[in-house]
Design a protein around this ligand. Structure first.
Ligand SMILES: [Zn+2]
Length: 192
């Protein structure tokens, strides 16, 4: 069997539109003829791993159970998230509906007015002014690499510390412009 990438592309093109059961059937027959996963993969235009899935899990039951096990809890509504991305850092934090709502919120144009309004709304929700760490925790695009205690998650959206700095000069200046009392995050962490 040639290990020519062309073979794989041709295999893939030839199997466009074929359902999984058909591919499972063909893989099973090729296996009965004595072909390896790699050789079958070249004919069907699939990876050896996918061929292995066809042969070991022909009905996709294990894959579905795995995805169901990986479903998490949406941070916004408490519903179930999609398990397709596994359990790792790519696992979604929100269900599909809340993820769309969050993406819309993130499109907010940050100006002096929207920043101060967001800071005040957050302060009302948390009953204390937001720290730059709260802002980082509220921005899904920024991953807090080392979890630090003392920040609150799940509140209304906040501008990122970088955006607040660009508009007001510093996070503290933005908080004070919103009429709130600035308190650095380490002070709150220290007092609990
Ligand atoms: Zn949700």
């Amino acid at each position: 069997m040639a290990t020519n990438p062309q073979v794989k592309v041709e295999g893939w093109l030839a199997t466009i539109g074929e359902s999984r059961p058909v591919l499972v059937h063909r893989a099973t027959r090729l296996r009965a003829e004595g072909l390896t996963n790699r050789e079958i993969g070249e004919i069907l235009g699939r990876s050896p791993k996918t061929v292995s899935d066809y042969l070991c899990d022909p009905f996709g039951i294990q894959a579905r159970e795995r995805k169901n096990r990986y479903r998490g809890v949406c941070v916004d509504c408490g519903g179930l998230t999609n398990g397709n991305e596994g359990r790792g850092p790519n696992a979604p934090k929100r269900c599909r509906r809340c993820a769309i709502a969050e993406a819309k919120r993130r499109q907010t144009k940050w100006t002096q007015e929207t920043i101060t309004a967001a800071l005040r709304e957050w302060a009302e929700w948390a009953d204390c002014p937001p720290s730059s760490l709260d802002a980082m925790a509220s921005a899904p695009s920024i991953r807090v690499r080392r979890p630090v205690s003392g920040f609150l998650e799940g509140g209304p959206p906040l501008p990122s510390p970088g955006v607040a700095k660009a508009v007001f000069g510093s996070w503290g200046a933005a908080v004070e412009a919103a009429g709130l009392r600035y308190e650095p995050f380490w002070r709150r962490a220290a007092t609990g």
